[in-house]
Ligand binder design. Structure first.
Ligand SMILES: [Zn+2]
Ligand SMILES: [Zn+2]
Ligand SMILES: [Zn+2]
Length: 258
């Protein structure tokens, strides 16, 4: 085993249940239909690498007992993937080193504008701020001892990455993958990819579109994530199993080894 992946959250931007929604999925008592905002934790050689500080990061850190953070990779700057950033303070003292963070170059300048207080020369009095070293990446790089390759994908108008590491890839927000990026995704053991809902969406793959990508890339195993409240885990899992493509719908708390 190279690493362990824990799905900290498998939900779309509003989470499931959605506030004030009484649909069958939001009302479901099944834990498979309770989805925090999208994020995974990769544990490799005793080190913890987080992908995205989701809007639910504090709850996820408590629920999954995340004791340390050695590096953070960001996919893009949408609120559901980023706004837990302040909570990484819990892993730092005033003198501990900055946590190494990586993301698309556009993400880095966006974060420096939107979260300027994090990057002030002098830490403000009281409360403290997260301390991160933020590096924009375009080629393969190493984080906490693991090699990652950015996979640029199209997801609306923001520059967005998936990441390939060992023989797995994680692509939580995507509508379209260029031929160039598809070439980086062949021969996978594990593909974790966006499959938002049943109906088409302007910036996310829906279930059928994600299945088409699986048919082209032919990973050994696929997990769908970034799921909204149109997808009832149990019934859609059964339908996907019938396709014989080894696709599962991921759920919060799912742990896999790669
Ligand atoms: Zn998202
Ligand atoms: Zn609902
Ligand atoms: Zn997004």
């Amino acid at each position: 085993m190279n690493a362990k992946i824990t799905f900290l959250g498998t939900g779309t931007s509003h989470g499931v249940p959605k506030i004030n929604c009484e649909c069958a999925v939001c009302a479901s008592k099944s834990s498979f239909n309770k989805r925090l905002r999208c994020s995974i934790l990769i544990e490799s050689a005793g080190r913890n690498i987080l992908i995205d500080t989701s809007a639910d990061f504090r709850s996820q850190a408590l629920k999954f007992k995340i004791k340390t953070l050695d590096a953070i990779l960001f996919t893009h700057a949408h609120a559901d993937h980023l706004h837990g950033i302040d909570d990484i303070r819990a892993y730092q003292t005033r003198i501990s080193p900055a946590i190494e963070c990586f993301g698309p170059p556009e993400f880095c300048s966006d974060v420096k504008n939107r979260f300027a207080y994090i990057f002030l020369e002098k830490m403000p009095m009281g409360g403290g701020t997260p301390r991160i070293s933020l590096t924009g990446v375009t080629d393969s790089f190493e984080a906490a001892g693991v090699k990652f390759t950015p996979i640029p994908v199209v997801h609306g108008s923001v520059q967005t990455y998936g990441y390939r590491f060992f023989n797995a890839a994680y692509i939580p927000d995507v509508k379209f993958i260029t031929e160039e990026s598809m070439k980086l995704l062949y021969g996978l053991d594990i593909l974790i990819i966006d499959a938002l809902r049943l109906r088409p969406h302007t910036t996310h793959l829906n279930l059928d579109e994600a299945v088409e990508i699986v048919k082209i890339l032919k990973p050994k195993k696929t997990y769908f994530t970034h799921i909204d409240h149109e997808i009832m885990h149990e019934s859609e899992s059964e339908r996907l199993a019938g396709l014989g493509l080894n696709i599962e719908i991921a759920y919060d708390g799912l742990v896999i080894e790669i």
